[in-house]
Design a protein around this ligand. Structure first.
Ligand code: ACM
Length: 520
């Protein structure tokens, strides 16, 4: 039910059916902020007469049309259909076309034209259309996201949006090792990140406390290593079929899944499952605490490399994307003279599987392959070593981008070893200037990790992730000159109604001018 707004009331005074807030009127409410928004005259109204028309009969375009219809139909009740274009233009439709656009829009950009007589979305690639669809969702009233029938009108002010991202890699990481998250949870997280045009989910699939992906040649990894989690409760794992289902679900949202098997440290779950992986041939005990840095594969044994080849081989076969993440962090009990040749050899194994390595910043201590990537989380020196070797960097600075860091001292879960990250701190940094010597040309993109030592379920996950996540999405997408906290915080406040419609339990930071009441 709609109730009154207080702060938003200033800009959305009337709750009658035709009111459109100036934020929506200018298209300026969208997160991430588009490259350019040019207002025009009039308003488009979505009605039951509208069709979603796609250019050509390609299955992928029909799929995109159906994705959009799937977002619009539950709340409008219109039962919009998706059909291939017959070449004529019909008033009132939403058209999705692949076509030539300004090359500056790149692989993921789009051109969206909203006129009173229809909406036209054009992009070079399906990924661009998918991004434009997210903009259409955000231009419609927030109640479009409700799963049950709502009353309209469903209007979008006329405008043209030209848009493309700064970085091709915009992602999150989810640690499913410390606490396991079910397939349905991962799918919900994928849905939530896709609304903000993020295109990567890195899954941290193994750690001291748990092994979470079935490996057919090494079944005890999940039977034993996946049996528990932090705190000693029952663990869990994805079968290969379930994992493939996650990868497919992500791909339908133009999101790449990057699997991580953390090596050579953070491996107690594997060491507890197979005695032969230990230098002393004795399996370790399962571990359900939260300390780090105590475990290592036995880098001097050949079976270790056979293990890695077979594990990564099975995972590579489930991975359409180019990257395998090999961890490499906090191997405190692996001597550096063992660590370096180990990482060098694992990079070769990954390349032999036809994939490229991503590793946490410590891997820059080794000799990087020309196609390896370094993920900066802790030590700028390591990231710089990577850049000096020609590697590109993924920016995940713990003090700015770790979603498990608490907002402040009153946050009930999460950690604070890298400091508190209130919402403005999470937003107010520029990947291209954070570390002297690492500029935009050295950066692949931005990723916000969520470690789950203290995060046990989706309610806690969503509280830590929202409302910071749209900020990380915007850092990856929008130009630094276009980003200002003083303006962003109003757009973020405007997302409250959308969060509510999507049943996201977000942290209501006092630093954001939320509307006093939000429609339910
Ligand atoms: C990490 O936070 N250990 C990459």
């Amino acid at each position: 039910m709609l109730r009154s707004f207080a702060l938003i009331g200033l800009i959305s005074i009337s709750l009658n059916a035709t009111a459109i807030s100036p934020v929506r009127l200018s298209g300026a409410g969208v997160i991430p902020k588009p490259v350019s928004v040019t207002p025009a005259n009039g308003v488009f109204s979505l009605t039951e007469k509208c069709s979603i028309v796609v250019s050509g009969e390609s299955a992928e375009l029909m799929q995109l049309g159906k994705f959009l219809a799937g977002k619009l139909n539950p709340s409008t009740g219109f039962g919009l259909i998706v059909k291939p274009s017959d070449g004529t233009t019909q008033a009132g439709n939403i058209s999705l076309l692949l076509g030539s656009v300004d090359p500056k829009l790149g692989d993921e950009g789009y051109l969206l034209t909203v006129k009173p007589d229809g909406i036209k979305l054009v992009a070079k690639n399906p990924a661009g259309l998918f991004n434009g669809i997210q903009t259409i969702r955000q231009l419609l009233p927030a109640k479009i996201e409700q799963s049950g029938l709502q009353s309209g009108p469903w209007t979008i002010p006329a405008m043209t949006i030209r848009d493309f991202p700064q970085y091709s890699y915009r992602g999150v990481m989810l640690d499913v090792a410390r606490h396991f998250f079910q397939v349905e949870d991962v799918k919900r997280y994928l849905d939530l990140i896709s609304l903000y045009k993020m295109n990567v989910m890195h899954l941290h699939l193994s750690d001291d406390q748990g092994w979470r992906i079935e490996i057919k040649k090494w079944p005890k990894l999940t039977q034993t290593g996946g049996s528990t989690q932090v705190g000693g409760e029952k663990g869990g794992f994805y079968t290969q079929e379930q994992y493939a289902d996650i990868v497919k679900y992500a791909a339908e949202r133009y999101i790449m899944i990057i699997p991580e098997i953390d090596l050579p440290g953070h491996t107690n779950a594997a060491l507890a499952s197979y005695p032969e992986l230990n230098c002393n041939e004795k399996a370790t005990e399962l571990y359900t605490g939260t300390k780090v840095g105590f475990s290592s594969l036995c880098t001097g044994k050949e079976i270790t490399y056979q293990f890695i080849k077979e594990v990564l081989g099975e995972i590579a076969a489930l991975t359409p994307g180019p990257y395998l993440h090999i961890g490499g962090d906090e191997s405190h009990v692996t001597k550096l003279e063992d660590y370096i040749p180990f990482v060098n050899r694992v990079q070769q194994i990954v390349n032999d599987l036809g994939k490229q390595v991503i590793g946490w910043d410590e891997i820059a201590l080794s000799t990087l392959k020309p196609n390896s990537f370094v993920q900066y989380w802790a030590k700028a020196d390591n990231a710089l070593k990577g850049v000096k070797q020609g590697a590109k960097v993924i920016m995940s600075p713990a003090a700015n981008a770790y979603l498990d860091m608490q907002y402040d001292s009153t946050t009930k879960f999460g950690l604070n070893w890298a400091g508190f990250i209130e919402v403005p701190k999470g937003y107010n940094w520029n990947p291209a200037t954070l570390v002297p010597g690492i500029g935009k040309a050295n950066i692949l993109g931005v990723e916000a990790p969520l470690w789950t030592e203290t995060i046990t379920n989706m309610k806690e996950l969503e509280y830590m992730v929202f409302p910071r996540l749209p900020g990380y999405a915007e850092i990856g997408w929008s130009a630094p000159a276009a980003r200002k906290w003083s303006e962003y915080k109003t757009r973020l406040a405007g997302q409250a109604e959308r969060f509510r419609a999507l049943q996201i339990g977000y942290y209501p930071s006092k630093l954001i001018p939320w509307p006093a009441t939000v429609p339910e």
